[in-house]
Design a protein around this ligand. Structure first.
Ligand SMILES: Cc1cc2nc3c(=O)[nH]c(=O)nc-3n(C[C@H](O)[C@H](O)[C@H](O)COP(=O)(O)OP(=O)(O)OC[C@H]3O[C@@H](n4cnc5c(N)ncnc54)[C@H](O)[C@@H]3O)c2cc1C
Length: 392
C-alpha cells in the first residue's frame, strides 16, 4: 500500500467517523476495526500488515485531525509487551478476545514476572501454577509490578513443573487481576510515588484457555516479551524527533548565566550519544518491520538507560540550586507514566530505574556479549539440574 493510499484510507475513515462528534470509545473501536490502530499488525487485529515505519505518520494524521488517542502512557505494558506477545504466541481466539480492548485502553495490563528470588535470574520463578481440571490454581508472590493497581489483566510467568531444569518447567498465562485471589500492595519508590506494587496470588485461578503457548514453553514466550520490552523502553524516547536531548537543550537555552565551557562540552558529547541512540533506534525499528525484535534490542535499551541518567544529571547541574527543589513527594499511585511532563528532579530520580527495569544494564551487557557478539557464555551451574534440587 502506498503512502497516498494509506492517507486516503485515513481521510475516508475520518470523514465517516468525525472525531468531534463520535464517542471516544466508539471512535477507538472503529479505528481498530478499520485496521488503522497499529497498522503493522495483521488484518483483523487492528492492522493492515504494513511496515512498522508507517505508524508514526498514521498517528500524526489522527492527532492533527483532533482524534482521541488510546492513552498509551497508561497502558505501556499492554501495548509494548502483552499485545506483541499475544500476537506472536496466542491462539486465534486469544488474539480476538484480548487485542482489541488492549489497544483501545479498555483493559490495562501489567507484567507478573519478577519475584523476590527471581529478577535477573528470571528463570528461577517460584510462583506455582497447578492444574485443576480446565483451570490452573496459582500461588506465589510477585514484586515490582508496574501498574498492577490499574490492571484488569496480567501476563504471568509461573512454575508448572519443579522436577525438571528451571528453563523448561515454566508456563505463561494471561490472568485476571480483578479476582479475589489477587492482592495488590503499593511499593513506594525513590520518586515518592508508587508506580509499582507487590502482588500476592493466593489460590488465584486462570482458565487453561488463557495459557499462552504450550505447557512448559513459558521461557520461550517470556523471551518474546522481554525482547519487545527492551525495544519498548529503549526505543520510544530515543526515537523521538527531538530525541532525549530535547528537554535538556531547552533548559540550557533558558539558563545562559549557568553555562560554562565544561558544561557546554558535556552537553555536546551527550548530544552526540543521544543522536547515535536515536539513529540506532530508527534503524532497529526498520529491522523490526520484518519481524519480532531479537537480542539487539538489549543494546538499544542499555544505551537509552545510560543517556537518560547522564542527561537528567546534567539538567540538574544546569539548574543549580533550583535543581534541588522537588515539586511534590506525596505518595500517589499514578495513573500513567509520563517521564517528560514532569520536573527535572523527578526525571533525575526516575531515570535511576532505567538501568534496572526491563533487565539491568549488567544483564543486558551479558546478552549482547553472548547472543549478539557470540562471546563465551557465563558459567551456569544450575542449568541442567531439576529446579527443586537447586539451593535458593
Ligand atoms: C521502575 C521499575 C519497574 C519495574 N516493573 C516491573 C514489572 O512491571 N514487572 C516485573 O515483573 N518486574 C518489574 N521490574 C523489576 C525488574 O525487572 C527487576 O528489578 C530486574 O530484572 C532486576 O532484578 P532484581 O531487582 O531482582 O535484581 P537482582 O537480580 O537481584 O540484581 C541485583 C544486582 O546484581 C546484578 N546481577 C545479577 N545477576 C548478575 C549477573 N549474572 N551478572 C552480572 N550482574 C548481575 C544486577 O545487575 C544488579 O545490579 C521493575 C523494576 C523497576 C526498577
Amino acid at each position: 500500500m502506498t503512502l497516498d493510499d494509506l492517507t486516503g484510507r485515513i481521510e475516508e475513515f475520518l470523514a465517516a467517523n468525525d472525531p468531534a462528534a463520535t464517542d471516544r470509545l466508539d471512535f477507538l473501536r472503529a479505528r481498530y476495526d478499520a485496521g488503522l490502530a497499529w497498522v503493522y499488525f495483521p488484518v483483523g487485529f487492528g492492522g493492515l500488515g504494513l511496515s512498522r515505519g508507517r505508524q508514526p505518520e498514521v498517528d500524526r494524521l489522527f492527532a492533527e485531525a483532533g482524534a482521541p488517542d488510546n492513552n498509551p502512557s497508561a497502558n505501556v505494558i499492554g501495548l509494548g509487551m502483552a499485545g506483541p506477545t499475544i500476537l506472536a504466541c496466542g491462539t486465534e481466539e486469544q488474539k480476538r478476545r484480548f487485542l482489541r480492548p488492549l489497544w483501545t485502553g479498555e483493559e490495562i495490563w501489567c507484567q507478573l514476572f519478577s519475584e523476590p528470588g527471581a529478577g535477573s535470574d528470571l528463570a528461577n520463578v517460584s510462583t506455582r501454577a497447578v492444574r485443576d481440571g480446565d483451570e490452573w490454581v496459582v500461588n506465589g508472590q510477585k514484586v515490582w509490578t508496574s501498574s498492577a493497581h490499574l490492571a484488569q489483566f496480567a501476563i504471568l510467568l509461573a512454575r508448572t513443573d519443579a522436577a525438571i531444569p528451571k528453563h523448561r518447567g515454566m508456563t505463561f498465562f494471561l490472568i485476571d487481576m480483578t479476582q479475589p485471589g489477587v492482592e495488590v500492595r503499593p511499593l513506594r519508590q525513590i520518586t515518592g510515588e508508587a508506580e509499582f506494587n507487590e502482588v500476592f496470588l493466593t489460590d488465584a485461578r486462570v482458565p487453561d484457555t488463557q495459557r499462552l503457548g504450550a505447557e512448559g514453553d513459558g521461557w520461550r514466550v517470556a523471551n518474546t516479551t522481554l525482547n519487545t520490552e527492551r525495544v519498548a523502553i529503549g526505543g520510544k524516547d530515543s526515537a523521538r524527533e527531538d530525541g532525549m536531548i530535547g528537554v535538556v537543550a531547552r533548559t540550557w537555552r533558558a539558563n545562559p548565566e549557568r553555562r560554562t565551557p565544561e558544561l557546554h562540552d558535556r552537553l555536546l558529547r551527550l548530544w552526540v550519544d543521544a543522536e547515535v541512540a536515536r539513529l540506532t533506534g530508527a534503524r532497529l525499528q526498520q529491522k523490526l518491520a520484518k519481524g519480532m525484535p531479537g537480542p539487539e534490542g538489549s543494546a538499544m535499551k542499555l544505551i537509552f538507560a545510560k543517556c537518560a541518567q547522564q542527561l537528567s544529571g546534567l539538567e540538574l547541574e544546569l539548574l543549580g540550586a533550583q535543581g534541588l527543589r522537588y515539586s511534590d513527594w506525596t505518595m500517589v499511585r499514578p495513573e500513567s507514566v509520563d517521564f517528560n511532563g514532569r520536573d527535572a528532579g523527578y526525571r533525575y530520580l526516575r531515570a535511576k530505574g532505567n538501568s534496572i527495569e526491563g533487565g539491568t544494564s549488567e544483564i543486558l551487557r551479558n546478552i549482547v556479549a553472548e547472543r549478539v557478539l557470540g562471546l563465551p557464555a557465563e558459567p551456569r551451574a544450575d542449568k541442567d539440574r531439576p529446579w527443586k534440587e537447586v539451593a535458593r
